[in-house]
Ligand binder design. Structure first.
Ligand SMILES: Cc1cc2nc3c(=O)[nH]c(=O)nc-3n(C[C@H](O)[C@H](O)[C@H](O)COP(=O)(O)OP(=O)(O)OC[C@H]3O[C@@H](n4cnc5c(N)ncnc54)[C@H](O)[C@@H]3O)c2cc1C
Length: 204
């Protein structure tokens, strides 16, 4: 499994993929009942589909990612509705003391940040050991804790995600995840990713 480390303790991993560039070409060529016509013609076709925003052929290619990210990143991520999510549940699982610490924090601010999170975990763990349900005790936990989910998404929706979340207006933490996804996208669908980067991807 190809896993890319993101932030201090998160990652993105490609678990599975289906179709790739070939599925896009086959989907598009079905309109004309024509066959794949060689690398150059197929690349040209994919660029044409991207430029004209002819999106449905890209829906034939799928990715399944394993994601570990802070809850505040997941909140932004799951706003992307065209995709399938299964997330670990803190109703059933015990939260681990596994949280994100931003690189920019230092000195007094860093101490306060870590102390408040550790205090929250102390409260959580003591409530759980005293018999309070996990689903209620979790209410004291902070947004910085890591969560895990599978995300299945087609290439059209992935490009929409990347367009929005690679943009400099997006929060730096989710941009880091988008960069990791882009790397996997390039490796899995090189022709589509190239056209996307040339024609759609936000410029720095
Ligand atoms: C920098 C940034 C800041 C943001 N800030 C906020 C914020 O402050 N508050 C906030 O609430 N959200 C915020 N968002 C979230 C944003 O509004 C979108 O919900 C999110 O980015 C998902 O985009 P999407 O709808 O294109 O993706 P998806 O949900 O994956 O949808 C993909 C596409 O499918 C189509 N689609 C999906 N559902 C529908 C529908 N019901 N009707 C019609 N077409 C549909 C649309 O064409 C859509 O672009 C922010 C996003 C970014 C990138």
């Amino acid at each position: 499994m190809h896993q890319i480390k993101v932030l201090d303790n998160g990652y993105v991993a490609l678990v599975d993929s289906m179709g790739g560039d070939r599925a896009v070409i086959e989907g598009a060529r079905r309109c004309y009942m024509s066959e794949p016509q060689g690398e150059s013609a197929d690349s040209k076709l994919i660029r044409h589909l991207i430029i004209k925003d002819h999106g449905t052929p890209f829906e034939h290619a799928y990715f399944r990612f394993d994601v570990k990210c802070p809850i505040f990143v997941a909140r932004q991520w799951i706003r992307h509705r065209i995709g399938t999510y299964n997330e670990m549940s803190l109703r059933y699982c015990l939260a681990k003391r596994d949280f994100y610490t931003p690189e920019g924090l230092s000195g007094e601010a860093l101490l306060r940040y870590k102390k408040s999170i550790n205090d929250a975990f102390d409260a959580y763990e003591s409530m759980v050991s005293s018999g309070i349900k996990r689903e209620q005790a979790r209410g004291v936990l902070p947004l910085s804790i890591y969560t895990l989910y599978y995300w299945t998404v087609n290439a059209r929706s992935l490009m929409n995600f990347l367009k929005q979340r690679l943009d400099k207006s997006a929060q730096p933490e989710i941009r880091e995840y988008a960069k990791a996804l882009l790397q996997i996208f390039r490796e899995t669908m090189p022709v589509t990713a190239k056209a996307f980067e040339e024609k759609i991807m936000p410029k720095e």
